[in-house]
Design a protein around this ligand. Structure first.
Ligand code: NI
Length: 390
């Protein structure tokens, strides 16, 4: 029997896990119930379990033969979004929802553990299962890496996936090189001198300075970044002022900076600060600037992409394995694992208009087609075996 046929036989069991997680969503670093179920399940399969990074779970399956080590990663956290779609397994926690499919990722990885533990005597090497907290923030991957999960035994390759409704169920999407953005956040505080709106000459107006700053910052992407490269500078909030006839002494702006190329990313703090500095000099303000580095860009290793592609083609047929042209400007902290070992992050098609699985991730009506669960299980298990046997 091939891996996909076996995964389909097991589908109901892992759909049930997924629905249970969906009904009981937990936010980042609060995944007590979810991680407890995961740990217990892995132990029932005879997998060695350790707990790391508060609610993270690492399973170690030692194959029957010596060899290298692959790590497979799922994220477990939900979002603080009130669920709006009606499903029999709707969230019972008000204001919390699995709106990004991490419930599915967790169930799929449990399924992979089941598939591989059934044939563990034949496996040349080890498989590590990473169930990480807090992908949606503040980030569970980095604390897991810092806890040493990529060592003992050393991880030689890492794989993960994300469900997506923009690909139909039955398909897998792949992309070599950058596949998600580096996601940084910025905070800018401009300080001037308040005063009466009728006497601007006695004041230093931070509202006017902020106006110029907002416009000038648009030139970073339009004039400083290679048009064939990519970056996003979005200012999401602006706050300042008291009332219509008072000059604001302070304005605070916050935003997000997204990049794909590590070199472009490294130059962003200087670019932004240079413009802030110039505007402040022009308009007599002072400033405070905070640049917080978030997740790095996921860089998929070309050899790992080829390996996963072949495994997926074998199970699904060549027509159902597609190369994705463009990276996403979203963030994904799988990047931290892929910095330590060659990695591949797959897109698992789970869109199905007939089942209303059409809303994008983070939408309050998000849902994905559960028929993708056995596909994700089988592709990850098959690619793992290919990696260890090569
Ligand atoms: Ni997600």
């Amino acid at each position: 029997m091939n891996m996909l046929e076996r995964a389909k036989q097991l589908q109901d069991e892992f759909v049930a896990f997924r629905r249970d997680f969906h009904q009981h969503p937990e936010l980042g670093f609060e995944e007590e119930r979810t991680s407890g179920i995961v740990a217990q399940y892995l132990e029932s399969l005879g997998i060695e379990v350790t707990r790391v990074a508060k609610t993270g779970v690492v399973g170690l399956l030692r194959g029957g033969k010596p060899g290298r080590t692959v790590a497979l990663r799922a994220d477990m956290d939900a979002l603080s979004i009130p669920q709006q779609n009606d499903v029999p397994y709707k969230s019972i926690h008000p204001g919390k929802m699995h709106a990004c499919g991490h419930d599915g990722h967790t169930a799929i990885l449990m399924g992979v553990a089941k598939l591989l533990s059934e044939i563990k005597d034949e496996i040349p090497g080890n498989v590590k299962f990473f169930f990480q907290p807090a992908e949606e923030g503040p980030g569970g991957a980095l604390p897991m890496v810092e806890a040493g999960v990529m060592e003992n035994p050393h991880v030689d390759g890492v794989m993960g996936l994300h469900v997506g409704v923009n690909l139909p169920t039955g398909q897998i999407g792949l992309k070599a090189g950058p596949s998600s953005a580096g996601t940084d956040s910025i905070k800018i505080v401009l300080t001037g001198k308040g005063g009466h709106g009728a006497h601007p000459h006695n004041s230093i107006d931070t509202i006017v300075a902020a106006g110029h700053l907002i416009v000038a910052m648009q030139t970073i992407v339009s004039r400083e970044i290679d048009p064939l490269g990519s970056a996003v500078v979005t200012l999401g909030t602006i706050n300042g002022g008291y009332r219509n006839n008072v000059i604001a002494h302070q304005v605070e702006l916050t935003g997000t900076v997204r990049t794909l190329d590590p070199e472009v990313r490294a130059a962003m703090p200087e670019r932004i600060e240079r413009i802030i500095k110039g505007v402040c000099e022009t308009f007599r303000c002072t400033y405070e600037f905070v640049y917080d580095k978030g997740y790095p860009s996921v860089i998929n290793d070309p050899a790992m992409v080829d390996l996963a592609e072949k495994a997926a083609q074998r199970l699904l047929g060549a027509d159902n394995v597609v190369r994705i042209a463009n990276p996403s400007m979203g963030g994904e902290d799988f990047a931290y694992f892929a910095e330590k070992a060659p990695g591949v992050f797959l897109r698992l098609g789970a869109g199905n208009p007939e089942k209303d699985c059409v809303y994008p991730g983070h939408h309050p009506c998000f849902n994905f087609d559960e028929d993708a669960i056995p596909i994700g299980m089988a592709v990850l298990a098959e690619a793992t075996l290919d990696f260890l046997k090569q």
